[in-house]
Design a binder for this molecule. Structure first.
Ligand code: GDG
Length: 483
């Protein structure tokens, strides 16, 4: 059964959050994510639908329109939230795809739920898409959807984008269901990754796990009449113009000044903003800062570190442990180095509005992005977009996708604590002239490669690939007919 929509986005979550109004009724508010901003204009232009989970277990609400986008909720039971989402997505795939920083769990019941839920998303997308529509599937929670969709709807043009890294084969090989995952993804026409290295890892996995002819990002499927799937990098970005504008607002600038005042106007403000996740290297960052305080490189009267750690995946075991470790570490640092007047680390386990985030970015002399592995890291790009004053220094882990683009940041290996300490000191002592030169170059890069360009280039590549493949298959059919 075909639906009405020319463009269907399929993502684990809908682009809206349910809000309880004071009168007890519920309404939907756009969630702040970058994906929503990137796709909203395209969705409105193209008559788009968005398929995703509404965020609460139980029967799904009826489809509804929110801010010009048709939202089609997919339901998940309590048990499925545990097995498909917290289990297979965040307890198996997330650690496996992030260099096994913690040990992935392999449980057949989790996998079975993942297959079942992916079927449900594929079914919902198939129902919404009109004949020949484009369906764009997002992220690691839904890797089986492209194949499931193609089985139901061979007329569709199917794209997939992986927001997190794709691991080297030697790590991916641990996954008991590795062939099924590769086959699931290969249902797409185009598979997008953050970095060229991720696309290469995937192409290699196709060769090694599934014995498929695959090179230069092209995987040929002889069992499907020689259909070719393309794998390539499309580094995601942010809405540069919107953040640039926000950070120039007088109220936001005033708030940034107020934040510095409230901190006691220290000479240096350092900032970390992350979901509280073990991939983000928060403990490594704290260790480097603690050692700098220990050995006198930094003095508590002169420098404060603000660490925003947004609550995340709070029912997954490793996240509970991480929170404890971070809080013990912050407590120790403040206990040892704090004074009545000065706090070394301002640890904030909250989520903030966009304005407050922009003010924090503007207030920070040094932004610390120390991820151990990160698909892209949008926070690094957001910091750059907020610094219209061309001040501030970005310290950036080489293990982020952003490092491929942001060469003028101070690059660090977060495992090398001495190297990290040196980079922090260098950032604190950098001349305004050098910092300005670096920031201008970073801003040019992010300004030219914003999220709108990301979405447009992926969708264009998908359309081009689909057209070429269609021509090839017509030619092959003609050849078969004439022989
Ligand atoms: C995944 C990949 C990839 C955070 N706290 C608050 C808040 N945020 C916003 C940030 C940023 C976003 O959330 C986080 O994006 P990141 O890219 O930093 O990291 P993940 O959440 O791990 O995202 C990542 C991304 O997908 C996109 O493809 O880059 O590698 O892991 O935008 O600003 N926003 C607000 N309040 C908060 O408290 N408003």
């Amino acid at each position: 059964m075909a639906g009405d929509y020319d463009l269907v986005v399929v993502a684990n979550r809908l682009p809206v959050d349910r809000v309880e109004e004071p009168d007890g009724s519920t309404s939907w508010r756009r969630s702040p994510g970058g994906l929503v901003t990137a796709l909203e204009p395209v969705m409105q232009r193209e008559d788009g639908a968005w398929v995703g989970w509404a965020g609460t277990p139980g029967d799904p609400p009826e489809p509804f329109d929110a801010e010009g986008v048709r939202c089609v909720p997919v339901g998940l039971s309590e048990q499925e939230v545990e097995d498909y989402y917290e289990g297979f997505s965040n307890g198996t795939l997330w650690p496996l795809y992030h260099d096994v920083i913690v040990a992935p769990g392999y449980h057949r019941s989790w996998w079975e739920a993942y297959v079942r839920v992916n079927e449900r998303f594929a079914e919902a997308a198939a129902e919404q898409a009109t004949e020949g529509a484009t369906v764009w599937v997002q992220d690691y929670q839904l890797q089986l959807v492209p194949r499931m969709l193609r089985r139901r709807r061979p007329d569709l043009s199917i794209g997939f984008f992986n927001h997190i890294p794709f691991p080297p084969f030697e790590i991916f090989a641990q996954l008991p269901w590795r062939k099924a995952v590769i086959d699931g993804l290969l249902g797409a026409d185009l598979i997008g990754f953050q970095r060229a290295a991720d696309a290469n890892n995937f192409t290699r996995a196709c060769r090694r796990a599934s014995n498929l002819p695959a090179r230069s990002g092209r995987i040929r499927l002889d069992a499907e009449g020689g259909r070719e799937v393309r794998a390539a990098s499309f580094p995601i970005s942010i809405d540069f113009a919107a953040l640039d504008e926000l950070a120039e607002r007088e109220d936001v600038k005033a708030r940034a000044a107020e934040i510095r005042r409230d901190l006691g106007n220290p000479e240096h403000v350092l900032l970390g903003v992350d979901r509280l996740d073990y991939t983000k290297g928060i403990l490594h960052r704290l260790k480097a800062f603690e050692e700098l305080l220990d050995d006198g490189g930094v003095k508590v009267e002169e420098a404060s570190l603000i660490q925003v750690a947004t609550p995340s995946r709070e029912r997954v075991e490793q996240y509970v442990q991480l929170r404890q470790d971070v809080e013990v570490t912050v407590g120790r640092i403040n206990g040892t180095h704090g004074t009545i007047k000065n706090t070394a680390v301002h640890y904030l386990h909250h989520s903030y509005g966009r304005e407050e985030m922009a003010a924090l970015f503007l207030a920070a002399d040094v932004m610390l992005v120390t991820a151990l592995r990160d698909g892209m890291n949008l926070v690094a790009k957001e910091y750059v977009a907020s610094r219209h004053d061309e001040r501030g220094v970005l310290v950036l882990s080489e293990f982020t996708g952003a490092a491929d683009e942001l060469g003028q940041a101070l690059m660090i290996n977060p495992h090398d604590i001495d190297g990290l300490k040196d980079a922090i000191l260098r950032a604190l002592r950098m001349s305004p002239r050098e910092a300005g030169r670096r920031m201008r170059s970073l801003r040019r890069r992010v300004g030219d490669h914003d999220v709108q360009r990301w979405a447009a280039s992926f969708l264009q590549a998908l359309a081009d690939h689909h057209t070429t493949e269609a021509a090839v298959s017509v030619a092959a059919a003609a050849e078969r007919g004439s022989s």
